[in-house]
Each structure stands twice: as C-alpha cells, then as structure tokens.
Design a protein around this ligand. Sequence first.
Ligand code: ADP
Length: 491
Amino acid sequence: MTAPVPAALGNPAKQHFIGGAWHPSVSGETLDTWNPATGTVLATLARGGPEDIDRAVASARRAFEGPWSRFTPNQRMMLLMRAAEVLESNYDELAMLESMDMGAPHARVLGMKGSLVQLVQYFGSQAVNWTGTTIPNSLKGSFTTLTLKAPVGVVGGIIPWNAPLLSMWWIMGGALATGCTAVIKPAEDASLTTLRTAELLMEAGVPEGVINVVTGYGTEAGAALAAHMDVDRIAFTGSTQTGREIIRASAGNMKRIQVELGGKSPDIVFADADLDRAVPGAAMGVFTNSGQICSAGTRVFVQRGIQEAFLEAMAAYTKTIRVGDPFDSETQLGPLVSERQLERVMGYVESGHQEGARLSAGGHRVGGALAQGYFMEPTIFGGVTNDMTIAREEIFGPVASVIPFDTEEEALRLANDTSYGLAGAVWTSSLGTATRMIHGMKAGKLWVNAYGLADPAVGFSGYKQSGYGMKGGRDHIEAFLYEKSVYINNL
Ligand code: ADP
C-alpha cells in the first residue's frame, strides 16, 4: 500500500506509556500487530501483564494525588482546548496510523477530524460545568445542607479496535475534565493511535502519569486492569461476552462501571419512506467501517409491499460501494481488522446460506490485488427471519439481514425481539409512525430518517445486554465523580 510511514512507526518496539515515559514490559515480552490491508506485521507492541498494570496504576495514583489535584477547572478546560489544538495539528499522522493499524479508509478517517476535535472541546467545556447543589432541609436547628462532587480517582479504560481515535477520548476526556487519572488498555489489534495520542498529550501540557497506556492482550493486561484493587472506575467498550467478564472482575473493589457492548440494531423501513434516502441510509448504516460498529443497523426490516423493490435497490447500491486499499481516496470500505475477524464473519455468511437466507449481494472474500488483506464484499441476505443466527448474533462485519414485516405492531415486536438494545432507526414520511416507533423501540439511541449520527452533548446508553452507563451528555461526566452530602451546623 502506498502510504508514507508515520514518524511514530519509526521506533520499532512500541512500549507502554507510563508516567510520561516509554517502558518495556516487565516480562520483556512483545506481540506483533498487523496491517489488515496487506497481511504484514506493522509494529511490535509490548505485551503487558499484571506487573505492568501495577506500575501504570501506581503512576496514575501518584499523579492523582500530586500537582494534578490542584489544577483549577479553568486550567483543566484550557488543557483540553490545547489538547484539541495539538490533535488537530497532528491529525494527518494520527489518521495515517489509524488506517494502517485497523484498515479504515484514510479519506473516512481524515473526515472524522472535526468530530474528534469537537469531542475533545466538548470535554473541555465540561471541565467548568460540573457542580454540586445546595438543598433546603427540614432539620431541627439550623443547618446548611449541600452536595460536593469530587473526582473518583484512577479510571481504567479498555477499548476496542474499531475506532480507537474516538474511543479513547470517552475515557481521557472524562478523566481530564474532572481531575481523574487514567490507565488505558487499547485493543491488541489497534494500539498505535492510543500510544501516539498519550505522547502528544504531554506536548499539550498534561502532567506525567495523568494518562498512561499499557498494551497487550485482553486476558492478560485487560483482565489485570479490570480486577485491580486500586482502580476506582472502569469504562469498557467491546463485546458482550467480555463485558460480562469485566463486570465480574470489577466486583473485587466495587468499581464504578460503564459498559458499551454489542448490538443487533433494527433499521425499519416503511413503505411511505423516501427510498432515495432510505436505501443508501440503510446500506451505509450497516456497512460503514466494514460493519465493525456496535450500533450498526444489521437487521433491516422492510414493509412487505416494497420488499422486493427495496432489496433490488439496496443490492444495486451495494454493488457501487468501493472496497479497496484504505489509502485510495475512492475507497469506501477497507478490510476487516484481522484474519480471525474475517473468518468469523465468513462463518456467519455460511450460516446464512445453511439456514435458508437468500444472498442478494456480496458474500465473498475479495481476491485479486487485495487477496493478501482481509477484505470482504458488503453482503445482503434477503428472505431472513428474525430467528436465524444471522439475525440474532452480532456479526461485526458487512452483513445485512433484510426481514419483511406487515404492520407497525409486527415491526416493533420483531425489532425488540433481541437480547440487545443499543440503537435503532425508522424511515417513514409519517410523523405519527415515527413517533410511535421511537416510543416503542427498546434501544438506547434512535434515529428517524437518518442513521449513525452522534453528538457528545446528547449522549447515549444501552438497553438489555448492550450495556449501561451514559456515554456523552452530563451523566457521562457525573460518572467520573463521587458525590458527598454535607451537613454544616450554622451555629
Ligand atoms: P473482540 O473479540 O472483538 O476483540 P473484545 O470485547 O474481546 O472484542 O475486546 C475489546 C477490548 O477488551 C480489547 O481491548 C481486548 O483486549 C479487551 N479484552 C478482551 N478480553 C478481556 C478480558 N477478559 N478482560 C479485560 N479485557 C479484555
């Protein structure tokens, strides 16, 4: 592939970033990370274990109690604003690293610059905006009663590989806005932008030890962080199965927790929808980032009267989507993140065939010039029923299941018949239909005549096994804070 090598790749062994400096693993062990577009080793990471997590947590604890604890809200706000500037001016390198590491089309990652900068600025604005309250009381005597907020302490962040540049900020941003410190464990498949961001934050003036990064496998470094007795809060984004393990591990010291897990989100198209919008909207609602998005609209429910026309139009649109080299500016979909992921997704395609779904587009690994990478065609199955494996399990790849329905009631029943509840959408020109559907859908983030937009000020959470704890909005910040109730005797 034809990308210039970013400066951050020049240093061959990517080490842990602890206390503002690079450290190899205590064990001396390493692991390789791959470029999914070429199937070649991209960099060698330190393979962290419990001793490295101990070091990083101790560094975060020291920083939490050190000069960082005396930063004023205004200083923290200005620090985040400076961080946004530093990220903006180094964004080309970060975008290059992200594309090489996890395969997202470079043009798409470059297009996310504004969202990243806004996310960091949003957290800057929150640094001066969290407050306690004074509460009138009915006590005998004269007392002033109020609540005080205080940062929870050391926050552990365990993030996935599908969008590291944004994912890390949901943790770093909350920590920096509230005066917490953080230890981040990025995914073993895509750690490079997290390491580089931590380094850049020092340039922005973040004191050493406030943001630490330990790389390695989930079952080693990740599990040690989730179980660590001196970590006060854990934020996790990833699979539901791993989320369950993290919740269990957090019980040891009753960590505060926020988990954003899997999804099998419904995208419901009524016959009165504007199909010129709904067809590309539903297609990109599932295929964006090669389907590797928790809130992907993977179950596309289509009202029976337009089912055949919709399937045909969606298949025709899908055939125009360009899968290819992430560094080709025309590319819309890059590879899946790893060979393992590609094999998993192709296993689901096989199960679709076996259970009697009808292939309308795609369905194959891409060969030719792309054969060395983990590329897959965007795939649509028609004639799917909601009980087929492809309609029940999270695939995390570019596979859409199109399922017919007749009435609003049936659409709602099928949409909610899932163990997940992360997101959902409805396409219709009727305000009444849209309103009834958004009231009835059991999911944490809903769109009407749109799919996939997000604003950090709005925030979202999940229903059912898609997790809990707000990401974004005021409650996101609150979750980085303890609350104390105070009674002052007015004598
Ligand atoms: P995937 O299987 O798609 O990689 P995961 O949910 O397993 O999704 O991974 C998300 C993040 O969780 C990654 O950083 C991974 O290393 C980490 N992880 C995986 N297993 C564990 C675990 N048992 N404890 C803590 N973290 C884990």
